[in-house]
Design a protein around this ligand. Structure first.
Ligand code: GRF
Length: 216
């Protein structure tokens, strides 16, 4: 098995990055994490990756004269590391269409809502304010519009009476850590195809790793 070479883009604590790195340590996992990049050099996740021996690059976006220059630097690093797939994990920079197109169908993002509901920030507070009874998270292919793109995996939790933003965020974050590695596995093994901006699975759903935990 040739493992896909994966880079993870982060901006902060990097708990989803950690989940991906830990999943990729399994010998039969079809992807290896070859690089972590953060637009914030002080991101906690960068230090964690370095301790694990993963090349971790801090590229301070404020030091570049334009978004294109910043992305050009990122693109060079990704090409140098012969990256096949990019996983955004709490990467808080909007990306230009030019950069996104270079990674079309090879770049994933995780978003803490059941897309297409609650794109953007403060998803949990907005979900609570809207009174939804189910909330969750989504792994999707990245397109140039924010939080748009073919959906690869979703998982849901019930919203409980008395839930606070933090409590709901914690339960959903637990699920994020489970579905992101599963979604990357599906992409890396070529089990997902995009048809008309919808993801179809190449194998019957009952032969895939479970995407929704029955025990949340
Ligand atoms: C996660 O909730 C993710 O869904 C969102 O940003 C947060 C990042 O958290 N895109 P972490 O850095 O992975 O811990």
């Amino acid at each position: 098995m040739t493992k896909k070479r994966v880079a993870i883009l982060i901006s902060g604590r990097g708990s989803n990055m950690m989940a991906l790195v830990e999943a990729a340590e399994a010998p039969d996992y079809p992807a290896e994490i070859v690089m972590v990049i953060s637009n914030r050099p002080d991101a906690a996740g960068l230090a964690w990756a370095r301790e694990r021996g993963i090349p971790a690059l801090g590229l301070d976006h404020k030091r570049y004269e334009s978004r294109e220059h910043f992305e050009g630097q990122m693109q060079s690093a990704l090409e140098l590391a012969k990256v096949d797939i990019v996983c955004c994990a709490g990467f808080m920079r909007l990306m230009t269409a030019g950069f996104v197109d270079q990674w079309r169908d090879r770049m994933l993002n995780i978003h803490p809502s059941l897309l297409p509901s609650f794109k953007g920030l403060h998803t949990h507070a907005r979900a609570l304010a809207a009174g939804v009874k189910i909330a969750g998270c989504t792994v999707h292919f990245v397109r140039s519009e924010m939080d748009e793109g073919p959906i690869l995996a979703q998982a849901a939790v019930p919203v409980l009476d008395g839930d606070t933003e933090d409590a709901l965020a914690d339960r959903i974050l637990n699920l994020e850590h489970r579905i992101y590695p599963q979604a990357l596995r599906i992409l890396a093994t070529g089990q997902a195809v995009i048809e008309g901006e919808r993801v179809r699975f190449r194998v019957p759903v009952n032969q895939m790793p479970p995407l929704i935990s029955p025990s949340v």
